[in-house]
Design a protein around this ligand. Structure first.
Ligand code: G6P
Length: 477
């Protein structure tokens, strides 16, 4: 892969323009995807990797400030009409695909115009990519916003090397079945334009293969699909994190300082911590129910335990997200009012983002990380928490409905619906001996250190290149 050029497409570009008091600056994203893409070795390629994504800024802003953006990649923003962008992102992507693929069927709000906008957005991005494409390039398409893209690119450039990775669950066929036929076909044939399709887990892959078989009548054998004279591979590639970044942060001076401040502030109390984007899939309400069950069943923990709940704003133009914020705030107020005392609050709630040093300080100051999604494709918070615990302390309580539960085998697994089970595991975690904590953390650290983000990205691209080569040598009859 060293001499290939990489073309990445994702909905978001990995930077944002921020304007305050009349001056504009650029904030680079430190997310997992950027780290993964940067970790790939394209050192012998004459050209820089390219990143194509949707612009959430105007053409004018881009022309004026693009010189401020980092030069790690060549960035190509695609400018969609405002209405198309909204219907594509808030509509079909986040009010149909997101809830459906996370099994929230009653949250699906299908509107024909949103599906049309989704197709238009995919078409616009495919045109941009096709214009750039050269024979040695590798195209890597990311996530549910662009499920139509692989086929659209292939129609324009039949010989292209195209990989697709889905960062959310791929649900059971029964869920895909509920979509209008034209949507199902668009999404599934869209993905089949790829040479390689990646999912976080084998279950998601099996669900995808079943959907292809039952919907399109296309057969598969040992993770290979024979479709329109092409052989396509689909497989599991569980995404990892930048392990050393989180592990080494434990000793960073600003992290040490923040951690000490937290420990002082909650002296004498145990800390349970959670952080999520504001999303109904994350099970925050169920977590609060479990906390209430815990204080009901174990009143001896009154004034001895603090739950720090950080919720990061997300997709706030969508009604279901705004509603969730109100529900969480009401539940926090109710629990604090009911179980708190004049000198103590059971829940400390923050709605906003936290800096990297604050996040690592929270991960490493807490006694228990409580992660309870109803569904989650992977859940990187769980992996980050484990990686930061250089002190081999802390207990992870993790929903069995996350992709990460497969790999994090020595976490205390829970079903997020079962508040009594979660309450009981909280007690178990709070009372766990340090040796047992260390044993469990060490096993999980070994796994996520080895399967880190670099391994994920490299093994995906290597499999993609292999698949493309097989295609060239043995075209399917
Ligand atoms: C999930 C998706 C990503 C998305 C992220 C944040 O992890 O898989 O594609 O970028 O959520 O959501 P947002 O809508 O803010 O991009």
């Amino acid at each position: 892969m060293k001499n290939n050029r990489l073309i990445i497409t994702s909905y978001r570009l990995p930077f944002a323009f921020e304007t305050s008091s009349g001056s504009t600056t650029v904030k680079n994203s430190a997310g997992g995807l950027v780290t993964a893409m940067k970790s790939l070795d394209f050192s012998e390629s004459a050209e820089k990797p390219v990143w194509v994504g949707c612009a959430d800024f105007s053409r004018r802003t881009w022309e004026k400030y693009k010189h401020l953006v980092n030069d790690d990649f060549e960035y190509i923003p695609v400018f969609l009409e405002r209405k198309i962008q909204q219907d594509f992102y808030n509509g079909f992507s986040n009010s149909v695909l997101w809830p459906l693929f996370h099994y929230f069927t009653t949250y699906v709000d299908y509107q024909e115009r949103d599906f049309i906008a989704y197709q238009k957005a995919n078409e616009a991005v495919s045109e941009t990519v096709a214009q750039l494409l050269k024979p040695q390039d590798i195209v890597w398409v990311h996530d549910y916003h662009f499920m139509g893209l692989p086929r659209l690119i292939r129609e324009k450039q039949p010989e292209a090397t195209i990989g697709f990775f889905l960062h959310i669950p791929f649900p059971s066929y029964e869920l895909i079945r509920t979509l209008p036929q034209k949507c199902k076909e668009y999404l599934l044939t869209g993905l089949l334009g790829s040479d390689l399709i990646g999912f976080h887990t084998t279950d998601y892959n099996i669900h995808f293969l079943q959907s292809v078989q039952l919907n399109l009548g296309v057969q598969h054998k040992i993770w290979k699909i024979n479709y329109q004279n092409r052989l396509i591979q689909s497989d599991a590639f569980p995404v990892g994190i930048n392990y050393s970044l989180y592990h080494d942060a434990y000793d960073q001076p600003d992290v040490v300082q923040e951690r000490e401040a937290l420990r002082n502030a909650y002296k004498g109390n145990k800390i349970i911590f959670s952080v999520d984007r504001l999303d109904y899939t994350k099970g925050v309400m169920q977590r609060l129910d479990a906390l209430e069950a815990f204080f009901r069943q174990y009143p001896e923990w009154t004034e001895r335990l603090t739950f720090i709940l950080v919720v990061v704003p997300s997709r706030d133009e969508i009604l279901k997200y705004g509603e969730r914020k109100v529900m969480i705030e009401q539940a926090v107020g109710r629990i604090n009012g009911k179980y708190g005392t004049l000198i103590w609050r059971p829940i400390v709630y923050r709605y906003g983002s936290v800096s990297f040093p604050q996040l690592v300080a929270l991960y490493t100051a807490c006694d228990v990380a409580l992660i309870t999604p109803i569904r989650d494709g992977m859940n990187l918070v769980a992996k980050e928490f484990v990686a930061t615990r250089k002190d081999h302390r802390g207990v992870l309580i993790l929903s069995e409905m996350t992709g990460a539960a497969n790999e994090l085998s020595t976490a205390l697994h829970i079903n997020p619906m079962d508040e009594n089970e979660v309450a009981e595991k909280m007690r178990q975690a709070l009372e766990m001996e340090p040796e047992e904590q260390a044993r469990r953390i060490a096993i999980m650290q070994r796994r996520i250190k080895e399967y880190d983000v670099k391994k994920w990205a490299t093994s995906f691209v290597e499999s993609l290149l292999n698949m493309h080569t097989i295609q060239q040598i043995e075209p399917t009859p």
